[in-house]
Each structure stands twice: as C-alpha cells, then as structure tokens.
Design a protein around this ligand. Structure first.
Ligand code: ATP
Ligand code: LTN
Length: 334
C-alpha cells in the first residue's frame, strides 16, 4: 500500500519500435488500471543492454518510449513514469536477489533460451540474470499487481518464488505480486505467421503493426494478414490467423470475441480485414497525435523525468534499506 492505494509496477524495454502487441497486451491495460492503483511505469533501459545497443540510439528510444507512455494516456503527475537507470536501487536490490536465486531456476527461463539462441555471439551474464533484475524492479516498490502479456508469466512466477524465499528467511519484507492479464490481447500474434507472437524484434515488418505506422500501412498490413482458406467465421485455435484478427478487433473496439463473431458471421474475410484496419487506425490515431505534440515539448518531458526519478528513488530506497538491514549490511552512520 502506498498512500492508501495498492501498488502497480510494470515496464517495457526501449528496444525497437513498439507494436500493437505491446499496446494491447500491456500499455492499454496500464491506462485502464492507472486510476485504481499507485503506479510505477518504468522504461527499463538497464534490461536493454543485455543485448548490445548503440548508445545514442538507446538514449533516443528510451526518451521516445517514455513520451509514448504519456501519449498513451498515463498522467505523469499521478503515475511515476521514469527511467530504471535513474533509480540506483534496482541494481542494488538485484545484486542481493541474485544471491537468493538458483542457477537451475534461471536455466529454465524460456526467454533466456530464445534470446541466447538469437544472440549466440553475446550470451552475457546480464542476459542470464535478466529475470532477477525484473524481480528487483517489482519487489522494490512492493507492487501488488504487475500487468504484462502472457510471455512474461514465467518471470512473474520466478519473482514470486524469490520473494517468498526471502520472506521465509527474514519475515514479511516483500509483497507477493500478482500478475494482471487483460481479457483480450494478452497474446497478439504475428500477422504473417500466427504461430509466433507479434514482436518488435521480428525481421519481417509486415508481421507487426507498429504504433507509429500510418493509416495506409496499417490497412495494407491488415488486408495482407495470413488467414485460412476455410472461409468459416469462427473463433477457434484451428484458425489461428482469423482468431488473432478477432482478438485485435475485439481489443480495439472493446467488444468480446463472441460479439465480433456474431457481427461478421456470413461476411467475407476481406470485409472483416478492412474493419480490423479501421479499428486499429482509430485506436492509434489519437496516440500518434499526442505523441507528436509531446515530443516537441522538451522542457515538459525533462521536468517529468526529473520529478519522477526523485519519486522513484524516494519510494524504492525504503525497501532497499529494509532489505540491506535484513541481510546484515552495517547501518549507515549519519
Ligand atoms: P522483443 O521482441 O524486443 O523481445 P517484445 O515485442 O516481445 O520485444 P517486450 O518489451 O518484451 O516486447 O514487452 C513489453 C510488454 O508487451 C510486455 O508486458 C509483454 O508481455 C507485452 N507484449 C509483447 N509482445 C506482445 C504480444 N505479441 N501480445 C501481447 N503482449 C505483448
Ligand atoms: N521483461 C519485461 C520488461 C520488464 C518488466 C519489468 C515488466 C522489465 N522489468 C517489471 C514488468 C515488470 C519484458 O521484456 N517485457
């Protein structure tokens, strides 16, 4: 609890251009939940360097992402929107938690296996302990809830295990966080290969809709989306391409998949794809306009970065000091 409200933590990496999957699976839920919780939304730039980055590019993308959080509708006066690297407690707690995490646990992480296979020339220790830094992010703010897409469930489970292990030894230090998955949109698939999740690091740009794509591009990608030849309008796993489009349409319009099936039953896939494109365009247009406006206001964004870094440090240092005492680090002399 913070100021009488439950705490929410989530973050995204500033690697690549955000996709509709990131928006529907994560960002959109963040906005919905932001009134109810005391929220911390981090641009997790420390996680980004587990993959080699161009420094200027990383700085630029991190700022763009932070601006995008605000453009998506998160009020930075109410929500703590900040860079992970501006709050030193993340790294300090991660070190301590590393000492409470087993190699065997980290070895089981599927994201590590995927990323290690993709970047075989740079399988660094940071990539391996990535989930521990993520656990530190969450536990540092005593988060009750963490909204993420399905792909992050395994990391959340590990976070809970580490927290419970620590609490069993030292007493109730950490809040055990719950995952929050949206009803639709928790796993948006590639438009070109519906067996793969839509991902910002996909080499095929036609598989993903990027949040900054213009309306023509969005429409073209939707029209070209891979579907089946059954021409039978059903919401089922055997028709993954169509199912994905139904998820996208439903998440963008606020309808349920059942309602969407009823609405388009007996109409052609072609007509449905146009409706999907229109629904996506109308969700993204206000976001793009707000982003363009905010990007020009350097002084405002700078003031948010400064104020929220202070808030993040203030809140997180409380947990950090408590943990340091528990594990036996000497008290500071004032
Ligand atoms: P990368 O391709 O660089 O691994 P990514 O597109 O998978 O990136 P992340 O930065 O790992 O994105 O994820 C940010 C947030 O978006 C997370 O909460 C994640 O669960 C969610 N997310 C990512 N891809 C999807 C998707 N296809 N559908 C729903 N949610 C997603
Ligand atoms: N690992 C996440 C990003 C992330 C995160 C977090 C999400 C880092 N720290 C804490 C939620 C809470 C990802 O790759 N999407």
């Amino acid at each position: 609890m913070l100021d009488g409200k439950k705490v929410l933590f989530s973050g995204m990496q500033a690697t690549g251009n955000l996709t509709l999957g990131n928006y529907l699976g994560a960002l959109k839920n963040w906005v919905t939940l932001s009134d109810e919780y005391e929220c911390f939304y981090s641009v997790v730039d420390m996680h980004s360097i587990t993959i080699r980055q161009d420094p200027a590019e990383l700085r630029r993308r991190a700022r763009n992402l932070l601006t995008l959080y605000i453009a998506a509708g998160l009020d930075p006066e109410k929500n703590c929107i900040y860079y992970q690297s501006h709050a030193s407690g993340h790294a300090e707690l991660a070190w301590i938690l590393n000492c409470f995490t087993y190699m065997g646990e980290l070895n089981r992480m599927t994201q590590f296996k995927d990323k290690a296979a993709k970047h075989a020339d740079n399988i660094n220790a940071g990539l391996f302990t990535y989930p521990v830094l993520m656990a530190a992010d969450i536990l540092l703010y005593q988060a009750d809830v963490v909204p993420v897409g399905i792909d992050q469930m395994q990391h959340l489970e590990l976070t809970r295990n580490i927290a419970e292990r620590f609490n069993n030894i030292y007493g109730d230090v950490f809040t055990i966080p719950e995952v929050y998955l949206g009803k639709v949109g928790a796993k948006i698939m590639s438009l070109q290969d519906p067996s793969k999740k839509m991902s910002k690091s996909d080499e095929n740009p036609n598989g993903s809709i990027y949040l900054m794509d213009d309306p023509d591009t969005i429409m073209r990608k939707c029209k070209r989306a891979v579907t089946d030849s059954e021409a039978n309008f059903c919401y089922r796993d055997e028709q993954p391409g169509l199912k994905n489009l139904i998820d996208i349409y439903s998440a963008c319009t606020g309808k349920t998949p059942d309602d969407t099936v009823k609405e388009f039953q007996g109409r052609g896939y072609g007509e449905f794809k146009v409706a999907v494109g229109e629904a996506v365009v109308s969700v993204l247009r206000p976001l793009q306009e707000e982003y363009a406006r905010l990007s020009k206001d350097k002084a405002y964004i700078d003031s948010i970065i400064k104020a929220n870094a202070e808030k993040a440090n203030y809140v997180s240092s409380k947990t950090l000091r408590k943990v340091q005492r528990k594990v036996g680090f000497p008290d500071r002399i004032r």
